[in-house]
Design a protein around this ligand. Structure first.
Ligand SMILES: *Cc1c(COP(=O)(O)O)cnc(C)c1O
Length: 468
């Protein structure tokens, strides 16, 4: 074909393309509105025009364009953030939104989300109340503290606690606890932002009460103990017991703030959590304030909980920062129900996904992994799917030493590498997040519920089946 005639046939093909409005008339625009639908239609036509310009000589069916535009509209109509499968082996995964909340908490959050809810009203008297009232008595009951309040997250709890108690003063912290929890949470930075002065005590691996005595500078605001949750110092180490620190604080007139991080309310009795500090023990040991997250081991929505003495909590609640760090009605509703579940250990174990994940037996996981591997192995684009022993972690700043024996399925694509396979799984429907290990994608079955297994098979089929 000469250049002239191929140009001619290209023009003919272009002329067969429908007008944008013709395409839009065949689309259901109710979910996204006409403007967005028009954009989808235009992009479908543009793509066809570009293909023709690049030499494609296949005739373009309008029906095919309608289909493309419909798919684009479906994508536009999807919420930007949707549920995915956590097959990473990290139970509380910050990148994946931390703890899934219980169905009951989700229902309570939905209930207040779509209606009015009295967050700042004393219902009986009709007068203004405080937000924290909604969860205060539950928090006191569960931790043994005199009072409690709630802010946006644990970093905010620390910020407002230090800003209230130690603004312009020094904060004594053991050197081995000057941690970075992840992201931008670095203790020295938080202390500085809170307007306090960091006073490092002892050495990285060894701290004695005498070190604290030497560090007191007459301008102290508080003593801070932080659960060095995501790492561990081993070997020649020495720590000051919380009780000792509390006694020292009393002598010096300095309140002791204990950031326990992960939000265990009381000793769990679970072996993997044996080194995890809990709020009740810390209050019993005399800590003046105990801080923890709502969305780690507590299994609730994102929140920062502060429990402790009534007078200190009142001072914190009068800090103007409170207005900037306060929680909304959804958080209060979800946290309230989560705390109700924690009143009963069995209920909490049954209804909270984090505890279910910790509690699954290896035998139970192996049965699931066996079945999954068998099904995945039958998929065309899967070269191999084998059951592997894995190590899962509580995560969320819990101790990395708390490794949990677990089971996974390691898959290898026939036509694609592990990186591409992992990527396709992540963008699947739903997204499946595993980890890459030695040329395979490993899906740890501890960190997701068995009811997702069928959908995982579907996603792997979609991801591995295609050859691009
Ligand atoms: C996770 C963690 C924090 C930060 O909690 P957020 O709720 O993410 O702000 C602070 N301190 C400790 C010890 C933690 O483990």
């Amino acid at each position: 074909m000469s250049d002239a005639s191929s140009q001619e046939s290209r023009r003919d093909l272009m002329r067969t393309l429908p007008a944008v409005h013709e395409l839009v008339d065949r689309l259901d625009t109710s979910g996204v509105g006409r403007e967005v639908a028009t954009g989808c239609a235009r992009r479908a036509i543009d793509a066809a025009r570009e293909a023709i310009a690049n030499g494609s000589s296949a005739p373009v069916e309008t029906d095919a364009l309608v289909m493309l535009a419909r798919q684009a509209i479906d994508r536009e109509a999807r919420p930007p953030l949707r549920a995915v499968v956590n097959a990473t082996g990290i139970i509380v995964h910050t990148g994946l939104g931390r703890a899934p909340i219980s169905e009951r908490a989700a229902a309570a959050m939905r209930d207040v989300a779509v209606a009015a809810a009295p967050v700042e009203l004393d219902v009986a008297s009709g007068t203004r109340g405080k937000r924290a009232e909604i969860v205060r008595s539950l928090l006191c009951e569960l931790t043994g503290a005199e009072s409690a309040t709630v802010v946006n997250n644990c970093a905010a709890a620390l910020l407002i606690a230090l800003g209230t108690l130690a603004r312009g003063k020094s904060v004594l912290v053991s050197r081995g606890e000057l941690v970075e929890i992840g992201g931008s949470f670095r203790l020295p930075g938080v202390i500085e932002t809170g307007g306090a002065r960091l006073r490092e005590v002892g050495t990285t691996n060894r701290v004695r009460i005498a070190d604290f005595e030497r560090a007191v500078d007459g301008d102290g605001g508080a003593i801070l103990r932080v659960h060095a949750s995501n790492f561990r110092i081993e070997g020649f180490t020495r720590e000051v017991a919380l009780e000792e620190l509390v006694a020292f604080g009393r002598r010096e007139g300095l309140p002791v703030i204990h950031d326990i991080g992960s939000g265990l309310l009381r000793a769990s009795g679970l072996d993997v959590l044996r080194e995890e500090p809990d709020a009740r023990s810390s209050i019993e040991a005399g800590a003046d304030l105990v801080l923890f997250s709502g969305d780690k081991l507590l299994g609730g929505p994102q929140a920062g909980v502060i429990v402790g003495g009534r007078e200190l909590i009142e001072r914190i609640e009068s800090n103007p920062l409170m207005r900037a760090l306060r929680v909304d009605k959804l958080t209060l509703a979800g946290l309230g129900v989560t705390l109700q579940l924690h009143r009963n250990g069995e209920l909490a174990m049954r209804e909270l996904a984090v505890f279910r994940a910790i509690g699954r037996s290896v035998d139970e996981l192996r049965v699931r992994a066996d079945a999954l591997a068998a099904r995945l192995g039958l998929i065309d684009g899967v070269a191999s799917a084998r059951v592997v022993e894995t190590t899962a972690y509580v995560g969320g700043g819990s101790n990395p030493a708390e490794a949990i024996e677990s089971v996974g399925v390691a898959i290898r694509g026939a036509a694609i590498g592990e990186g591409e396979l992992a990527r396709r799984l992540r963008v699947g429907e739903p997204g499946v997040f595993g980890r890459i290990e030695g040329g395979e994608v490993v899906l740890d079955v501890r960190t997701f519920e068995g009811e997702w297994d069928d959908r995982v098979v579907g996603v792997v089929a979609g991801a591995a089946g295609r050859k691009e």
